[in-house]
Design a binder for this molecule. Structure first.
Ligand code: CU
Length: 230
């Protein structure tokens, strides 16, 4: 659905940039700029929902693909929080969840629910750290201050693997077991949509999707070339 107040704002913004060079009406334009600014604060231009279905080259659903949207109008000020929380647990000699999206600056808890000890580490650039052996019902925590992907491992259990995707936008989500991911409340207009997956055949396992704008409902299937075979 198109939000009419958004359309008006866009027109005002255009006329502003054309006329600002004329000093005679500079004062008036400043006043208009203030009005436009106020309008932008009071009507957030919420318009878009992005529905993606992520599949591999064989058409199979791909879970744990992280989709992030950065609208051209910017992101709302204030802290970012996600409904899925900020905990990366160890359960049944594995990490839970396998992929966790966290806002930049968040402190993530790593509780050990297993009866065995774990020794968790990351060699990834955005966050290099290790938690030396810690046992049942013990928790460690770490604050993630740099956006990017962080691969987790355990020195004791080679099979343990998980990823923390540190993002600086509130418009983020990961694909479910059926490959679907929905991002809501997107501002209308141009936007950059990226997808990340630990096995994506691309630089930094990330690529920009050919979706240039969000307006109303955008529904699309995204095919990822993954490193794993089949
Ligand atoms: Cu372990």
């Amino acid at each position: 659905m198109v939000n009419k107040s958004c359309t008006r704002q866009t027109k005002n913004a255009r006329s502003l940039s054309v006329s600002q060079a004329r000093p005679v009406i500079a004062g008036y334009m400043k006043y208009m700029a203030l009005l436009v600014g106020l309008a932008a604060m009071t009507s957030p231009c919420v318009a878009g929902t992005l529905d993606l279905r992520v599949v591999d080259s064989a058409g199979k659903p791909v879970p744990d693909a992280v989709v992030t949207v950065v609208p051209a109008v910017g992101i709302p000020s204030g802290p970012i929080s996600f409904p899925w929380g900020t905990t990366m647990a160890q359960e049944n000699i594995n990490f839970q969840p396998h992929v966790l999206i966290v806002p930049v600056g968040a402190t993530i808890r790593f509780p050990n629910h297993d009866t065995v000890r774990h020794h968790i580490y990351s060699f990834s650039k955005p966050a290099k750290f290790e938690f030396k052996l810690f046992g049942k019902d013990e928790t460690r925590s770490y604050r993630f201050t740099t956006p990017g992907a962080v691969a987790l491992g355990c020195n004791i259990h080679d099979k343990m693997s998980a990823f923390i995707k540190v993002v600086s936008t509130p418009y983020a989500g990961k694909s479910a077991a059926n490959g679907s991911v929905r991002i809501t409340n997107l501002p209308e207009g141009a936007a950059q949509v990226t997808v990340w997956h630990p096995e994506l055949r691309a630089k930094d396992n990330e690529m920009v999707l050919p979706i240039r704008a969000t307006s109303g409902s955008v529904s699309q299937t995204v095919t990822l070339a993954l490193r794993r075979s089949g």
